[in-house]
Design a protein around this ligand. Sequence first.
Ligand code: PLP
Ligand code: COI
Length: 338
Amino acid sequence: MKNLDWGSLSFGYMKTDYNVRCYYRDGKWGEIEVCSDEYLNLHMAATCLHYGQEAFEGLKAYRCPDGKVRVFRVDENAKRLQSTCRGILMPEVSTELFTEMVKKVVRLNQEWIPTYESGATLYIRPLLIGTSAQVGVHPSKEYCFLIFVTPVGPYFKGGFSSNPYVIVRDYDRSAPLGTGKYKVGGNYAASLFANNLAHEKGYACEFYLDAKEKKYIDECGAANFFGIKNNTYITPESTSILPSITNKSLMQVAEDLGMKVERRPIPEEELETFEEAGACGTAAVISPISYIDDLDTGKRYSFGDKPGPQSKKLFDTLRGIQYGELEDKHGWTTVVID
Ligand code: PLP
Ligand code: COI
């Protein structure tokens, strides 16, 4: 294992030894190639550069206390990528190819998987791009699917600690019938301005309402939202948010822990009634929310300076499963290194 101060890592890019690539040409996927180059040789008229024909995914590999390395719900990331491919007319990557490439890239870079004790993980970033030249707005004929990995620490400063969020009414990241439910780069380009604004004002992250009515909660930056009240886990139903695999898992974990679960539109005013609230995602894990400010109305929705007991229980259970410390009764983890 590399001799690094894993515990001091933030969520950033670091060069590792290898990435894996597969090319789609003449209507089919080729062989998996192992590469140590961090760069791509790309046509200047490639559709990914001009028309945003690109998709990405994000999952993690965990070095577990039993000495094994596990990845979490890799099949769900493959399925979501397939849905994105259908959404922006790219050829689907099969679950088998996706999983094989994930396993390969983790094994090839095993020296870069942080220690269990550090709390850091190996972030896995699959990327699919249209590579052939088009000047008219048409899908590419050729594609490159690649996966790189990089060791990461917490997405938000302080890891599992509470942070403030701010509602942004003047910016949308996605439209109700747009690409919000797909993991395409354009959604993130659309979020950069609002995210920067939130940081400038001293908040951890921007908080989106639905683009059409500005009435219901959508999501928080690059994470889904959940609220908790009366032993119930409540999370938004919306066509413009990313279907988070962490959130899907937390809904199941909440149910397993004896909580009720509701997935439905959440009007902004309901924030007032939540005992606890948080953001959830692969990068964010569970990031409890201390308060959400609505600067247009002057309203502050507060959930406490420290993570609440139910968020803590959800966090501990999810982490326990991911690290192989708790029974994986739903079969969510895959051992990549035994
Ligand atoms: N929402 C957005 C916009 C995201 O970028 C992410 C991160 O992937 C999530 C939610 C959380 O999804 P997941 O739990 O699958 O990582
Ligand atoms: C993730 O949680 O995997 C994300 O993609 C969030 C962000 C780094 C884009």
